[in-house]
Structure formats: C-alpha cells, structure tokens
Design a protein around this ligand. Sequence first.
Ligand code: PCA
Length: 208
Amino acid sequence: MKLLLTGFEPFGGSPINPSALVLDRVREDHLDHTRIFTSVLPVDGETAPVQLIHKIDTIRPDIILCLGEAPGRSVISIERVAINLLDYRIPDNANRIFSDRPVIEGAPAAYFSTLPVRVLYDALINQNIPAELSLTAGSYLCNQIFFHLMHRASVDPGILSAGFIHLPSLPEQVVKRPNMGPSMSLDTLVNAIHIILKVLNDHTQDIL
Ligand code: PCA
C-alpha cells in the first residue's frame, strides 16, 4: 500500500509549522505493508488544492492523511468532518482572503473523514497522548484541503481511507505569542503520528 502524508508550510507570521516538521521525522518509518510519501503544501488557497490533487494523481495512494497546525488547540484533533465553506479569518500566504463561498461549487455541504477516527483516538489515549475527536477543521486552508481530499476520495475507489488531523503549536512558537496558549512538544507529536501511521497500516490491511 501507499500512504500519502501531507503537512503545511508556516503561516500567520510564524517561521515554522509543526505539521511540516513532523513529516521529516516520520518519513523513514517502517510499516509492514505500507510505503510513506510526504508533501508539504503551500498555505495558498489557489495552489494547495492543485498540488494535493497532482500528488494523488501521480502517487495513487491507498491512504491519505493530511496534517495541519491548529494554533490555540491543546490536544491532537482528529477531524471528523470537512465542510464546503471558505471563510478565511486571516489572509493566506499569497495575501488572498476568501469569504462566504464554497470550497467547490455544487459539491455536497460536507464530507465525513473515512479514517478510522475512533480507533485512532483510542490508540492515542491508550498511549497517554492527549487527543480529541473534533467537529470542525475551521474554514481556512486546512478545511479547504480536507474538503478537496474528501471530494476526490468520494469518487476514487483507489482511496481506501482519507482524512485530516490538526496538531497543536510547538512550545517554541507559543512563547513568542502575546497570550502564549497551549502547545505540545515535537517529540510527542512525532510519537503520535508514528502511532497513527501504524494503526492506519494495520487497519487498512484488515479491511482489504
Ligand atoms: N493550519 C491552518 C492552515 C495551515 C495550517 O497548518 C488551518 O488550520 O487552516
């Protein structure tokens, strides 16, 4: 099997994005039945979906997991649902703001993740990693990419399992913010993604 794992470039004035840093640390993971491919997506509402779809077309992954940073969240958020809404609170890295418009005109209002979200949640909690099942990925780039992903997965029988997970900011990011807020260490995030990749490998093997 092939697993495509994506992260995002930094955005919103931060020089780093934990979702991109994690990719470097898990790329070499050895999974029994699965080869890992990684890609860092731009925080650009025009080019990010094009890059994602291009990667899917060239790699033809069986499993797709997209990661992003959720500043202000304290735990790993396993997203359940992508909504067909763009409503940026801050500009993207190309200085664009999209408000009150669909991600894809004429597409359904929402799609559910097809990752085994409860199994992933249980696996993290069992390893003492704080996690939640989240009902919103927001209305910015992460939700946008998640929606494009699930729209594609809805018509692509080659994609067995796909979804999105938000990561908290890193301690070195929040110490520079006025109110600081919650964070999680890179080692814990990497550990969480190791666990998630193993569960996805085993679970997808079981459903084949
Ligand atoms: N987080 C943003 C976009 C890129 C990222 O890592 C979001 O939650 O939409």
